[in-house]
Design a protein around this ligand. Structure first.
Ligand code: PRX
Length: 659
């Protein structure tokens, strides 16, 4: 560290709040603090402001229908099409402006103007129709960051077929479960992709996933690897390029969708082993992602905005595809990893494309810090106007590093708390309005009613920790879990609501996060309070991982916990009990690791596997994960007095943390 840097870091370390730079405030889309009071006074009518950002085919007559909580409906009576909002309406004014700037892993690029994107979305929509896809059919997509993914999403939106994108890093088994659960008869996949310059085959995994599905599946295959990988095509598989060529020049009228019609499904992890199919709608979701893109990401059509998430997760859906394109901006899409070919790859892209906003995850920022400030320092990053983070808590040190070394102390940082279920951002400062406090996401957005409560649902005092709750509905909220209203209520509402009541005031949404409130109403999110682990900002259910481990021959029982990890935030630590006669050791450990990779994907790969004769359990037989976490983190062990077998904790601790 140079003397200058040391001095700077010492100065910043002492500072716990930052004002947004006046140069930013002067041009910000939202800069009037009165917005908080106005939205509160006018709730729920305030959300007309979000709906007004969209083009409606027929106007809505009610902003919020709360007659049947928690099945809230927004902008009822209105109809619109998401693809028309992201494409058609921009053609006159900015048809030749860039919609998607795609940067491939091998350094190749593809630039889609709004006109070009509109053309290909239409052709592919026509292609999908020719394969039999009809309105309301769920189309699954299993692809990495190739342009065909957002094209396919928008083509589905155009014909009113909800999409269900499965992260390409997930396993074949995960694909099967999601296709089965959604009754999805169509799949858009690819032959493979590039990682660190090498081709990586994907189709085999995709085929295995389809083979597990009980019903017939028609597939479209994107030929990303071209000559680098030859694969046969079955009768029910169609080549993407050929399909588009067959429909060259065709247009498909956007199907008029009711505001409450499903736009997409996204499966996410929860407390039980079975992933949850989160249902988002056309009107509310698109209004929410557009409004937050405008007021939090500060997007204008003139920007070159970059969200470095993967479209396989909700962040990519909301803030690479729908929000930015609805606002007519240029959205950058990067296929590769941040350290290939060199550790300055992101900064090279920011410089080359004059990126104006960068939205990334704390796990990435921690990696950048580890690599060193010389990588960003070698590039001109002065085009940046705003920085954002999402997915997990960011510690003040990482925040300040981001602020200084990437933002040059000239960009506000938005630390945005939200989840798959909320559709878009919920808690964050408005960058043109609020003081920033590193480590704290900030106040809830205007019109968003978040309260931190104790176990009995009473608001906690400033300075206290409690559970984050959302007390009023919002347009971007999930409407239900696909074909499972009962689980929807059970998972999100039962904790703090009177589930027999028809009064919306009695219904409180519980996102399963712990949080702390300060005297200014700022919220610091502490992390999940359910059995969900957040690895590099990706949500994994402990139950899913445990059932994969127990599925391995030789394993009788397993428990997994999230232990602290420098870069990933949390990593998976697995504890396993062997079956009678099975041998503990390297071989079984490898079988467990590949068992998890096969069932879920490499992101869930355990960092360590510990064999133990017993797991710590309460008298009622519940595994005490808290103690296993203490062991994984080499922390002082918590209270063991309620355990049936307290001696086992000491034994495991000895084994893991012997030195
Ligand atoms: O625990 C919270 C954490 O990520 C969870 C949601 O994960 P997912 O549905 O995959 O969506 C991630 C992208 C929105 C939350 O329940 N989380 C998300 N953002 C933050 C966060 N934790 C702390 N600070 C954040 N800014």
């Amino acid at each position: 560290m140079s003397d200058d840097t040391a001095e700077l870091e010492a100065r910043l370390a002492a500072q716990d709040s930052f004002e947004p730079p006046s140069s930013f405030v002067e041009q910000a889309n939202a800069s009037d603090p009165a917005i908080y009071d106005e939205f509160e006074a006018e709730w729920p009518e305030c959300w007309r402001a979000a709906a007004d950002l969209l083009d409606w085919e027929s106007p809505y007559d009610t902003v919020l229908d709360d007659s049947n909580p928690p099945f809230y409906e927004w902008f009822t009576g209105g109809s619109l099409n998401a693809s028309a909002n992201c494409l058609d309406r921009h053609l006159d004014e900015r048809g030749s402006s860039v919609a998607i700037e795609w940067i491939g892993e091998l350094g190749e690029t593809r630039t889609y103007t709004y006109e070009a994107l509109h053309r290909e979305v239409n052709e592919f929509a026509a292609g999908l129709r020719s394969l039999g896809v009809e309105e309301d059919d769920v189309v699954t997509m299993y692809m990495p960051m190739v342009p065909e993914l957002p094209i396919a999403m928008l083509a589905c939106a155009r014909i009113g077929a909800p999409h269900s994108v499965v992260f390409a890093g997930f396993s074949a088994e995960a694909l099967t479960t999601r296709m089965e659960s959604a009754g999805s008869e169509y799949l858009i996949t690819c032959d493979g992709y590039y990682r660190r310059g090498d081709p990586l085959e994907h189709k085999g995994k995709s085929d295995d996933g389809v083979a597990g599905v009980d019903h017939d599946v028609t597939s479209v295959v994107v030929d990303r690897l071209e000559d680098a990988y030859d694969h046969p095509m079955a009768d029910d598989e169609h080549d993407y390029d050929e399909l588009v060529a067959d429909h060259a020049g065709e247009t498909v009228a956007p199907v008029s969708r009711d505001a409450e019609d499903m736009l997409f499904l996204m499966y996410t992890s929860g407390t039980t082993g079975q992933p949850k199919g989160v249902k988002h709608t056309t009107g509310g979701y698109l209004a929410w992602t557009s409004w937050t893109s405008q007021n939090v990401l500060d997007i204008t059509p003139e920007d070159t905005y970059w969200c470095s998430a993967d479209i396989g997760w909700i962040t990519g859906h909301s803030y690479i595809v729908y929000g930015p394109l609805a606002l007519g901006t240029t959205s950058v899409m990067y296929e590769g990893t941040p350290d290939y070919p060199e550790k300055d790859r992101l900064w090279e892209i920011v410089e080359e494309y004059s990126v104006t906003q960068l939205y990334t995850a704390p796990t990435a920022i921690r990696a950048f810090m580890k690599w060193g400030e010389e990588y960003p320092a070698g590039h001109d990053l002065s085009s940046l106007r705003l920085l954002g983070t999402v997915g997990e808590p960011i510690n003040p040190r990482a925040w300040k590093w981001y602020y200084t070394h990437i933002g040059n102390e000239a960009c506000p940082i938005i630390d945005t708390w939200w989840q798959t279920e909320t559709g878009g951002m919920m808690v964050t400062t408005l960058p043109g309005v609020g003081t920033m406090k590193p480590g704290s996401a900030g106040p809830p957005l205007p019109g968003v009613d978040v309260e931190i409560v104790d176990v009995s649902g009473e608001p906690v005092e400033a300075g206290q920790a409690g559970y984050l709750t959302v007390q009023k509905p919002w347009p971007g909220m999930l409407r239900t879990l696909y074909q499972n209203d009962e689980r929807f209520i059970e998972e999100y509402w039962a904790e703090y609501s009177d589930v027999d009541s028809d009064d919306p005031d009695d219904w409180v949404y519980f996102p399963e996060d712990g949080a702390k409130l300060d005297e200014d109403g700022y919220i610091t999110v502490l992390g999940r309070v359910d059995d969900v682990i957040n690895v590099s900002g990706h949500r994994l259910g402990t139950m899913e991982i445990e059932s994969a481990i127990v599925g391995v021959e030789g394993v009788a029982e397993a428990a997994v916990v999230g232990g602290n990890h420098d870069v990933k935030g949390q990593a998976v630590y697995a504890y396993a009990i062997t079956e009678e006669g099975a041998e503990e050791g390297k071989e079984l450990e490898s079988a467990i690791i590949s068992g998890v990779e096969d069932a879920i994907g490499p992101i869930a790969r355990p960092e360590a596997v510990v064999f133990t004769p017993e797991l710590p359990k309460t008298r009622s037989g519940k595994i005490m994960r808290r103690l296993l976490e203490d062991i994984a983190n080499d922390d002082e062990l918590g209270n063991t007095s309620t355990l049936r077998n307290p001696e086992v904790v000491e034994a495991i601790d000895q084994k893991v943390n012997a030195d």
